[in-house]
Design a protein around this ligand. Structure first.
Ligand code: ADP
Length: 554
């Protein structure tokens, strides 16, 4: 600003100086020209008077700086103060001569070939008709200008230097109050009325900015409070990747300390998926990636924030999908296991059916093979039923309402159902305890106890026993199934509740197990907020205990 004001002022000064110089020279030249002409006229009139009274003898000893020429009425030169008249041509064709001869007075100006000089002629007709001419040679404007060039240039340069110095001083004075403005606290009482509107504007804008900052801070605080309790990690960054906002969850998820100031988003995580998602969002495309951090998996969603198609920032959300991934993994394993379990009985049925079609089975063996088909299809039905039950419980699609269930009565019913199977294996059943009422879904509880008792028979020795006990311990209801069977090795005890887990696969299959019984027991117990415990010693037997947290009045 200082420079342009200075330049402007200097230009104005120089132009003014030049204009003044030209004007002064023009006035001076006009003045001196007029003076010279007047002098010429007076000189001519004085000589004319002398010649008229003294004739040619007037010029004896005559000396004057002007050139004087006396001509006859025919234009023949009689006298010339500077030349030999015998050498001079007739002057009748000269403009000033002709004019004086005709009117009494004649004037003319003629320039030299170089235009450096001009000669002013003034002629007067004398009484005898002759013409007296006085002329004077002067420098032209051009010559005068040339002659004055050096002093004028020196004067102009001095003028310019003076102007520059003055301009600089004036500029400093002009900008001083502007430089003195404090944008944070403009002095509204300043003396300069020209900058008063500017000061008022700055003051108003300062207030507006302060108000907006306060609103912004409030909104930021609200945003922080809202996002503070989110389990999902949240990052908001501007279009250059500088993080504007974050929540506590994102710091915990990414394992970074609370940043003291704004930081680049890549400082929060430098993994490839994170970088790719951020880059894609900054380019205006929503992105999704999976981020593995330690034992946990996160879905990373990065969305661009756009304003009129320009990306003004991005939002990154981190969702914990570990459980979901785990469930998905279990579901995949389950589907693959079910297919695998189905394949065995189906292959057997398919093979027997093939032999029947080809008529290669002896009539006496037909019954045996039909029995095999019955056995394999029963396994399939059991498998399908167990799978359906588990899916229903997985999807929490149990439609039956809870009702008061007497565990003792339930145990009696289950034992009755299994008495034949127990008899076949020569395993004896006994029921001890008392009537205990719990709130539950009868069919589910029946299925649970059936599976426990069925296992007690299946994995028992001949002549073994299965004891079902129903007890009340404080507010808790306890259902216990104890067998004297083969027992479960300690390393398997934690895993037997997993789907399709069997201690001895071939043995379990041979005795018609699906590998889902204890999973159903676990889910049923969880559905009733009950706990299942197992204690077992290989070769001695196992005890499964289901503890219900609350019993009902009988
Ligand atoms: P399955 O249909 O094979 O019996 P379960 O889920 O009921 O499937 O049981 C899982 C595994 O736990 C069985 O294969 C078996 O190896 C073991 N198991 C379950 N109950 C007993 C028990 N009472 N005694 C010994 N082993 C058992």
């Amino acid at each position: 600003m200082k420079r342009s004001i200075f330049k402007g002022m200097l230009l104005v000064s120089v132009l003014s100086l030049l204009a003044c110089a030209v004007l002064i020279m023009d006035v001076l030249y006009g003045y001196f020209d007029k003076q010279a002409n007047e002098e010429l006229h007076q000189q001519a009139a004085s000589i004319a008077r002398g010649v008229e009274s003294a004739g040619i003898s007037y010029f004896d000893g005559f000396q004057t700086p002007e050139r004087v020429t006396w001509m006859t009425a025919a234009g023949t030169v009689i006298y010339d103060s500077q030349a030999d008249v015998s050498q001079m041509e007739n002057h009748s064709d000269r403009e000033e001569f002709a004019e004086a001869r005709d009117t009494g007075v004649g004037e003319a100006t003629r320039y030299s070939s170089t235009l450096a000089e001009k000669t002013i002629y003034y002629a007067l007709r004398l009484e005898d008709g002759s013409v007296l001419r006085v002329s004077q040679t002067q420098y032209t404007v051009l010559t005068m200008l040339m002659g004055l060039a050096t002093p004028v240039t020196i004067v102009l340069l001095c003028g310019m230097l003076l102007s520059a110095a003055l301009s600089s001083a004036v500029v400093k004075r002009i900008v001083k109050p502007i430089n003195a403005i404090n944008p944070e606290q403009p002095d509204l009482d300043a003396d300069y009325e020209e900058i008063a509107p500017l000061l008022r504007k700055i003051h108003t804008q300062n207030q507006e900015i302060a108000d907006q900052m306060q609103t912004l801070k409030k909104q930021q605080e609200e945003f922080r409070q809202l996002t503070a309790h989110m389990r999902e990690g949240l990052l908001v960054a501007d279009s250059s990747g500088q993080v504007l906002s974050w929540n506590q969850a994102v710091l915990e998820i990414l394992g970074v300390p609370e940043p003291s100031d704004t930081r680049n988003i890549y400082e929060f995580n430098r993994s490839e998926p994170f970088r790719l998602a951020v880059e894609q969002a900054l380019a205006g495309q929503p992105a999704e990636q999976v981020l593995s951090l330690g034992q946990r998996s996160y879905r990373l969603l990065a969305s661009p924030v756009q304003e009129q198609e320009a990306v003004t920032g991005i939002m990154v959300l981190l969702l914990d999908v570990t459980e979901q991934e785990h469930r998905e993994q279990l579901r995949r394993e389950f589907t693959s296991n079910v297919s695998h379990e189905m394949k065995t009985p189906l292959t057997a049925i398919h093979a027997i059916a093939g032999m029947l079609v080809q008529d290669v089975i002896e009539p006496k063996d037909v019954k045996k093979f039909a029995g095999d088909i019955y056995h394999e299809s029963s396994r399939m039905i059991a498998l399908v039923n167990d799978t359906l039950r588990l899916s229903r419980m997985d999807e929490q699609a149990v439609t039956e309402q809870k009702e008061p269930v007497d565990l003792y009565d339930l145990a009696e019913a289950v034992i009755a159902r299994l008495r034949m199977a127990a008899g076949e294996k020569q395993v004896s059943f006994s029921l001890t305890g008392t009537h205990v009422m719990v709130s539950g879904v009868y069919s589910m509880l029946e299925e649970m106890l059936y599976n426990l008792c069925d296992n007690g028979i299946k994995y028992n020795h001949e002549q073994g026993t299965v004891t079902v006990s129903v007890l009340a311990a404080g507010r808790e209801g306890v259902l216990m199934v104890q067998d004297t069977g083969i027992g479960i090795p300690p390393e398997d005890q934690d895993r037997i509740f997993e789907r399709f887990y069997r201690v001895d696969k071939s043995h379990s299959r041979a005795i018609g197990g699906t590998g889902l019984g204890l999973s159903i027991v676990k889910h049923t117990a969880a559905y009733h907020n009950a706990q299942v415990q197992v204690s077992s010693k290989p070769g001695e037997g196992s005890t499964f205990t289901v503890i219900f947290p609350e019993t009902l009045e009988c």
